[in-house]
Design a protein. Structure first.
Length: 144
């Protein structure tokens, strides 16, 4: 009776579609072929066979990298995205909260200011104004 090896961690087992490749690998390899082969055929007459092969390999390598590389269960584009985010975003991100008491005190201050502005219209504001003028006249005369 034949034995089939069963991996201990079944979460690492991936579904194979064709040619014993995953869907991700099939997509990346086909994109590499769609980019690399036309470049090779169109440039082989102009720059020579060996240079065209090197150019084709150089253009196809990123696709192979994205198809095959995986670290800690993350594919290459997620790793690159995380590294770019680490490099570009600020390092220090202090924890900030909205101060509820500060916003409540601002509301109270504005309410009090509105009440004082509404209550000071009329004769009371005229009296304050006249009283201020009397005080200023005493200061000018030097009668403090």
């Amino acid at each position: 009776m034949p034995y089939v090896p069963v991996p201990k961690d079944l979460t690492k087992v991936k579904t194979k579609l064709a040619f014993n490749l995953t869907k991700r690998q099939l997509i990346c390899f086909s994109l590499a072929g769609l980019v690399g082969l036309p470049v090779y055929f169109f440039t082989r007459g102009a720059i020579g066979n060996s240079a065209a092969v090197l150019l084709m390999i150089g253009l196809m390598m990123p696709f192979f990298f994205f198809a095959m590389y995986e670290r800690d269960g993350q594919p290459a584009e997620k790793i690159l995205k995380n590294r770019l985010r680490y490099k570009l975003w600020p390092k220090d991100r202090p924890y900030r909260t909205d101060n509820l008491y500060k916003s409540m005190s601002k509301k109270e201050v504005t309410k009090i200011a509105k009440k004082q502005a509404a209550g000071s219209s009329g004769k009371a504001s005229a009296k304050k104004h006249q009283a201020g003028q009397k005080d200023q006249s005493r200061c000018k005369a030097g009668q403090n």
